[in-house]
Design a binder for this molecule. Structure first.
Ligand SMILES: Nc1ncnc2c1ncn2[C@@H]1O[C@H](COP(=O)(O)OP(=O)(O)O)[C@@H](O)[C@H]1O
Ligand SMILES: [Mg+2]
Length: 376
C-alpha cells in the first residue's frame, strides 16, 4: 500500500501542501518572464515548489518550456554547459531526428558529438570540444533563446543547487559570462535556487556582483503548524487511519515544522498506527528516527573542532552573547575574535544559520540529539 507521506524526493500532487503565496508569486513571474531567485536551507521545499509551479504553468501554457538543470553533481563549467545544452534540446524536442537537426542548426560551428542510448526514451549524451566552448560559451547560453524564438515560444531555465557554482574554477568569471549573455535574452527567463543563504545572498544581493538585482528574491520559509495539521490529518484519514489535532501538532512541533522531517516523522508514526495514532506512538517514532540518524550526527560532530562543538553547547544552553567574557570562559570558546570564525565555519558547513543576528541550528533533530543524547 502506498503511504500517505513522502520525503527525500520532490513532492507533488497530494504530497504537496500549501505554499499558496509562493505558488502565486512564482506563477506570475514565470508568466511574465521575470527572473526569480529562491533561497532557503536544504530540505525546506525549493525544488518541490519550483517543479510544482512549473507543472501547473505547463498545463495551461504549453508555449512555455521549462528547462531543469540540477547542479547537485556538477563541479565544472564544462559539465554545466553540457547539461544546459542537453536539457535545452530535450525541452524542445523528444525525437532523435529533431534533436540532431536542432543541434546542427542552432549550435552553429561546434556541433557536439551526440550519442543516443538505445531504448524508448530519448536519452542521449553530448560531448563538445571543451576548448572551443570555453572561448565562446555564448552559443550554448543562447541556445534556449534561439530555439524558443524560432518557435515563438518562451522558456524558463530552472537552475537547482545554484550554490554549487562555488566549486567551479572561477565562479566569479563564470557569473560574469552568464550575466552578460543572459541579460540579452528576450524569450527566456530564469529561476535560480539554492541553499547556503549566506553565499546566495552574496551572489544576488551584493552591488558589485554580476547577479546583483537579477530578479525577484524569495526567501522560502518552513510550512506553518496549522498547515501541517490539516495536511497530516488528511493523510491519515484518506488512508483509513485517524489522528487528532493535538497529535498532529505534536508531529509538527517535534519536527520543528521542517518540511522533510514532518513528512518523515508522520510516515513513521503512520506505519506504527493501526487505527488511531496516539501521542505515545509519535514519541516512539521520533526516538527511533533520532536513533536512525544518530550515526550521521556522530559523524557530523566528529568533523567539528572542539571550539565549534563548545559553541553549539552554548547555543543549545540558550546563550546569546557568545563574546561575553563569562561565556568565553564557561564554554572555552577562545578569544572573542574567535567567535566570528566559529560562526563562519558552522554556517559554511550548513550546521547553523544566522538571521538578523540570531543563530539557529538548522537541523532540528540534530539540535535535539545534541541536547538529549550527546550531552546527556
Ligand atoms: N510544499 C510541500 N508540502 C509538503 N511537503 C513538502 C513540501 N515541500 C517540501 N516538502 C517535504 O520536504 C522534502 C524536501 O523538499 P525539497 O523540495 O527537496 O527541498 P529543497 O529543494 O529545498 O532541498 C520533500 O521531500 C517533502 O518531504
Ligand atoms: Mg532541492
Amino acid at each position: 500500500m502506498e503511504t500517505p507521506f513522502a520525503f527525500g524526493k520532490i513532492v507533488a500532487d497530494q504530497h504537496f501542501t500549501n505554499r499558496v503565496t509562493e505558488v502565486e508569486r512564482l506563477t506570475n513571474n514565470f508568466l511574465m518572464g521575470a527572473n526569480t531567485i529562491i533561497i532557503s536551507p536544504r530540505r525546506w521545499g525549493k525544488s518541490s515548489l519550483v517543479h510544482h509551479v512549473a507543472g501547473l504553468v505547463q498545463k495551461n501554457h504549453p508555449h512555455i518550456r521549462f528547462i531543469f538543470i540540477d547542479l547537485f553533481n556538477v563541479r565544472t563549467e564544462a559539465q554545466f554547459y553540457q547539461l544546459l545544452a542537453k536539457e535545452t534540446l530535450k525541452a524542445f524536442s523528444t525525437k532523435v531526428d529533431e534533436i540532431l537537426e536542432q543541434s546542427r542548426r542552432f549550435l552553429g560551428r561546434f556541433i557536439p558529438k551526440i550519442t543516443f542510448s538505445p531504448g524508448p526514451d530519448t536519452d542521449f549524451s553530448l560531448s563538445f570540444d571543451w576548448e572551443e566552448i570555453k572561448k565562446e560559451p555564448g552559443e550554448i547560453l543562447f541556445l534556449a533563446e534561439r530555439l524558443a524564438s524560432a518557435r515563438n515560444m518562451k522558456a524558463v531555465i530552472c537552475l537547482d543547487e545554484f550554490q554549487n557554482i562555488a566549486f567551479f574554477e572561477d565562479p566569479l568569471g563564470f557569473q560574469k559570462k552568464l550575466r552578460a549573455n543572459w541579460q540579452l535574452l528576450q524569450h527566456v527567463s530564469f529561476c535560480l535556487f539554492g541553499s547556503k543563504r549566506h553565499m546566495m545572498m552574496e551572489v544576488f544581493n551584493t552591488p558589485s556582483m554580476p547577479f546583483y538585482k537579477f530578479g525577484d528574491v524569495v526567501f522560502l520559509e518552513k510550512i506553518s503548524r496549522d498547515d501541517w495539521v490539516t495536511y497530516l490529518e488528511k493523510g491519515f484519514r484518506l488512508s483509513g487511519k485517524s489522528i487528532d489535532r493535538k497529535s498532529c501538532e505534536l508531529i509538527a512541533q517535534l519536527a520543528d515544522n521542517h518540511p522533510y522531517y514532518v513528512q518523515q516523522l508522520a510516515q513513521l508514526a503512520w506505519l506504527r498506527t493501526s487505527g488511531m495514532c496516539a501521542e505515545s506512538i509519535i514519541h516512539e517514532a521520533f526516538e527511533s528516527l533520532v536513533m536512525q540518524l544518530s550515526m550521521l550526527f556522530h559523524a557530523a560532530t566528529d568533523g567539528l573542532s572542539t571550539t565549534q562543538v563548545n559553541f553549539l553547547k552554548a547555543l543549545i544552553d540558550g546563550v546569546e552573547h557568545f563574546s561575553a567574557r563569562r561565556n568565553l570562559e564557561k564554554y572555552q570558546l577562545g578569544t572573542s575574535a574567535n567567535i566570528q570564525r566559529i560562526k563562519q565555519a558552522l554556517v559554511e558547513k550548513e550546521i547553523i544559520d544566522i538571521t538578523q543576528g540570531s543563530v539557529q541550528i538548522l537541523d532540528p533533530l540534530y539540535a535535539w540529539w545534541l541536547k538529549h543524547f550527546y550531552w546527556k
